[in-house]
Design a protein around this ligand. Structure first.
Ligand code: SPV
Ligand code: MG
Length: 433
């Protein structure tokens, strides 16, 4: 009997999959290599269902003899072990982000005279279209909230974009870029920044905008988006107040909160020691983390501890000591911050932290050390990169220039090239017509 290998995610099974399996089972005994969450992450295609649930469905399909895990987007390990006579795949991978894996499969099959059989892919039905339709329907609070943990587990690095209103939320939701190797890149989620939320309300970043106002903004963002959101809760306030914040965030569907280990009147970290800022004691901050963790009611919500030792020039040893203490106290992740342009101290922190702790998610906010790419952060063991203020910083100069131009020219003719076309703004938000 010939051995046939088919690789699947099998999240949303449809007629296209059945067509491939029919073809495969005619050729011999079918082994399905089911992509694990990590492998799906490499393809930027995070399934709704976990591995075991997807496996159970496939195991009950009579055309399939066996389901084995494929732990990487590359077929290499499974094909080398199994040495199948045939690999069957839809022909859509000739031009999509799986192109390079297709070439690899062809080369591996040559080693033992295997053959690649490609089935014409039904263009009227595909996963991406189904997922797009589903996301248009919206998302439940729980599905959005749990998504961040799934993304962190699945992807080498999670990319988060700052949002300060629903319109910037739409950018985080929809912006995409096709890279040279065919990979389509998008943002994974959103950051509600204390700096840009306060600034867009004309207030300083000193915890002057209360949680209710912050949540109103988030609800507006959530009305038009489906991606997960990380909330910047500044110091988290008093532990007793932080417990309520955690509950409110969870109820809204926020995935994670980041609190920083400062106390007293909070000032933005990027001032560093140029303004008076006090770091909390390890003991107090651990207590606050514990209060937050015991207040949450879902398993998925994350409390992430932000270490300000490098910002306040308290040294690397202090930063590391705090990181380990905060994890010990129950933090689901650590964020390390720096205001130096040179990424050296961030790299040193992450490397030293990873020597002792291989799993706790590490978050960075590369506003100052902006030369490092997301891929480079992934390579040193960072899990989440937050682009923390760029949407608002991009919008403000554009608006100011146009306002000045109107004053100068006493009309808008000269400002038009710097403005979006009226036709485009009318069509920007679906349903305007
Ligand atoms: C924010 O975006 O509000 C942050 C990051 O807390 S930073 O401004 O760099 O402190
Ligand atoms: Mg902040």
């Amino acid at each position: 009997m010939n051995k046939v290998y088919v690789c699947l995610i099998a999240d949303l099974l449809h007629a296209g999959h059945i067509n491939i399996l029919k073809k495969a089972s005619k050729l011999g005994e079918v082994t399905v290599g089911l992509l694990t969450l990590k492998a799906c992450g490499e393809l930027n295609d995070i399934p709704y269902l976990d591995y075991e649930k997807r496996k159970e469905v496939l195991e009950n399909i009579s055309m399939i003899k066996e389901v084995i895990p494929q732990d990487s987007a590359s077929y290499k390990t499974n094909l080398t072990n199994l040495r199948p006579d045939f690999v069957v795949h839809g022909d859509d991978w000739k031009d999509n982000n799986q192109k390079k894996y297709r070439s690899e499969v062809i080369n591996i099959l040559k080693e033992f005279d295997g053959e690649l059989v490609e089935v014409a892919y039904s263009s009227d039905i595909n996963n991406m279209q189904i997922k797009e339709q589903m996301s248009k329907l919206g998302i439940t609070t729980t599905a959005r909230q749990s998504r961040l943990r799934r993304l962190i587990n699945a992807k080498p690095v999670v990319k988060i974009l700052e949002v300060h209103n629903a319109l910037s939320g739409l950018i985080a939701e929809n912006a995409s870029e096709s890279l040279e190797d065919g990979e389509l890149v998008t943002f994974d989620g959103m950051w509600s920044s204390s700096l840009t939320d306060s600034t867009s309300k004309g207030k300083p970043d000193i915890e002057a905008v209360d949680t209710t106002a912050r949540l109103t903004t988030i609800n507006e963002i959530f009305e038009v988006t489906t991606k997960p959101l990380i909330y910047d809760a500044d110091t988290g306030g008093k532990p007793e107040h932080f417990e309520f914040t955690v509950r409110s965030l969870e109820r809204t569907g926020v995935s994670a909160v980041i609190i920083e280990d400062k106390t007293g009147l909070k000032k933005n970290s990027l001032f560093g020691n140029d303004v008076a800022q006090t770091q909390d004691t390890i003991e107090n901050f651990c207590h606050k983390i514990k209060c937050g963790k015991s207040a949450q009611i879902t398993n998925d919500f994350m409390v992430i501890a932000r270490i300000e030792s490098l910002i306040l020039e308290a040294g690397m040893d202090d930063a590391l000591k705090r990181a380990f203490a905060y994890v010990e106290a129950g933090a689901d992740g650590v964020m390390i911050h720096s205001r130096l342009k040179d990424p050296e101290e961030i790299i040193e922190f992450v490397t030293k932290f990873r020597e002792k702790d291989k799993t706790t998610p590490v978050v960075v906010v590369p506003t100052s050390f902006n030369s490092v790419t997301t891929d480079e952060f992934a390579d040193i063991g960072v899990n989440v990169v937050i682009y923390a203020n760029h949407m608002l910083r991009a919008a403000y100069p554009g608006m100011m220039n146009v306002a000045k131009s109107i004053l100068k020219h006493k009309r808008t003719l000269e400002a038009e090239p710097d403005c979006m076309k009226i036709k485009d703004i009318l069509e920007l938000v679906p349903g305007t017509k």
